[in-house]
Design a binder for this molecule. Structure first.
Ligand code: THU
Length: 139
């Protein structure tokens, strides 16, 4: 499991947020009209992005964070140290509960950088967003 050492400093953080913002533009969100972009960074500096992809059944909607994780893991990337989430909203968008769980599975206690539409970034470690997580060691 990867362990984040510290928050990403600019310009790395700026670049991660920029790529998440760019991914947001590819969102398929005709139902909520709430477009979200995410960017996941590996320890070696690769960045994998995702956007939310909604579905007319609603329930099949996939969040931006989950798209990024699935893309990364399916490409063989696993050792992450940060994720950025960008939405159209006035206040930073924090990952939903299921995404927090999924982030924990593959990223461990990474930095989660949440940017609002103006670019203001709120950063927290995942352990703060998901205290007492259920994980493989519980099985
Ligand atoms: N959404 C995300 O993609 N990530 C989040 O962290 C919160 C919610 C998406 C799901 C849905 O397409 C839309 O935002 C409204 O909930």
């Amino acid at each position: 499991m990867s362990r984040a050492r510290g928050p990403l400093a600019p310009p790395d953080l700026r670049e991660l947020v920029r790529l998440a913002r760019r991914a947001r533009l590819r969102a398929h969100a005709p139902f909520s009209r709430f477009r979200v972009g995410a960017a996941l960074r590996t320890r070696t500096g690769e960045i994998v992005t995702g956007c939310n992809i909604e579905n007319a059944t609603y329930g099949l909607t996939v969040c931006a964070e989950r798209v990024a994780i699935m893309k990364a893991v399916s490409e063989g990337l696993r050792d992450f140290d940060a994720v950025a989430v960008v939405a159209d909203s006035k206040r930073p968008t924090a990952p939903c509960g299921p995404c927090r769980q999924l982030l924990w599975e593959f990223c461990g206690d990474v930095w989660v950088h949440m940017a609002d539409v103006k670019g203001k970034v709120l950063s927290h470690r995942l352990a703060k967003l998901l205290p007492l997580p259920f994980a493989a060691r519980n099985l």
